[in-house]
Design a protein around this ligand. Sequence first.
Ligand code: HEC
Length: 489
Amino acid sequence: MNRFFPAYIPGFLCQTLTLGTVLAADEAPDPSSMKVPEIYAHYCATCHGANFEGGQGGSLVDGEWKHGSSDAEIFRSIAKGNLELGMTPWEGVLSAEQMRGLVIFIQEKEKEAQAKGIQFPTPEVGKVTKTTHEDYVFEMVVEEGLKVPWSIAFLPEGSKLITEKEGRLRLVSAEGELHPEPINDTPEVLVHGQGGLLDVALHPDYGENGWIYLAFSEGKREEVEGERRPKVSAMTAVVRGRIRDHAWVDQEWIFKAEPEHYGNAGVHFGTRLVFDDKGYLYFIVGERGGLEIAQDLSHPAGKIFRLHDDGRVPEDNPFVRKEGALPGIWSYGHRNPQGMAFDPRDGMLYATEHGPRGGDELNVILKGRNYGWPVITYGMNYNGTPMTSETHRSGMEQPVTYWVPSIAACGLAFYEGEAFPRWQNQLFAGGLKQQVIRRLRLIDQEVVEEEVILKDAGRVRDVRSGPDGLLYVVLNSPDCVVRLAPARD
Ligand code: HEC
């Protein structure tokens, strides 16, 4: 008998199990070291099919659930089983983390199977796409000359600023001409992994003061003798400056971390820059691969910050009087948010966050709150190892929604224009990996409707509601800027 099997398996089931080749005692490896897909292959595929198509047990991807389709119900089905009908209770054999991993894996596969059945029209310039509430035409804004564009900001009179990840700030005229020369003298950016020149935003009073804000990864890369890899120390930073005669001038530092907070990881720099209606600046520093550091209030990683427009810390920030805490912190316990926007109706701040596999989140960001990473999460590790079965804990916030499979959430905007009346005040969330824009209608901070409105046009880096009422999208592969305009008959 397999040592991981409960002793009380009835005869008919034992027979099934010994017949099932993968469960033979000497073959089944120690499940504690197995990745979730391997656990499935060893313990579930005999009855539910290698591709989830079903067999002795039902299909797990046909959308039909005898015992419920929620995470909690599927978890219960796995843990408690149904011996009479031939479903093993896995509690005691598999850990809670592993069963939670299986829930994520099954949900992922079911969503993928469903998505295969849906034909989304391939976006083509000039072609009309029909969605539930609005039909749009896909228009090209900048087709050529950009390399890994990351973010877009709209200058008065119709011109635009676009960041390129490799460190260049580009200008596009109102007529749509990309200036051949990047803006001169922009700050030195350390291009490292996911880092580079990231977000660009205008001061709310840009018309009077001309301030432009840039967020980027900053630091040093040094060749070390005898070492194969250079020594890198990098961190997210924020500056402001002005543009005069096509050059970056008057630069001031808004946020620069202490030297001990710099690290060599090439991941999770965040970020976005947004202003609220009182003129406070919010920006994100991702957890820099440091996981637990997101819970440490003395370290800037894994936090959303709130500062005055000139970088001073507001007196009413939540941790100004907490000993050891960085006073600029507004919220913590974040992994790597890369979308942030204010709801124009009630001023609530929303952020989308790259979670682990199956754990991308949309959160309402509230003063001083803990968003739980890495203590609670809906996801597991990208390599398929389970993380935790804990999705809730008191004192930690729940997301408004989360995405399985992960969309690689990037770019977030409330639509505030007139061109699409039935999209007004709705949220548009980009997905890098899934190459999607999802439309979410929110009522009282709950998602009441969700729809994919764009798919497979490219990796979505940024989504913005343009001052002309059109919805702008910054894409990678192909590297371009497009917009959605209303379809006219
Ligand atoms: C020996 C065969 C067998 C094995 C092995 C097995 N299952 Fe099942 N499973 C079944 C059967 C039969 C049912 C239907 C039971 C019922 O109708 O209540 C079932 C039901 C389920 C359900 C509920 C489906 C629904 O419609 O609500 C889930 C979820 C599930 N299994 C997951 C798993 C996972 C995950 C594993 C591996 C850890 C696994 N099963 C291993 C036979 C098996």
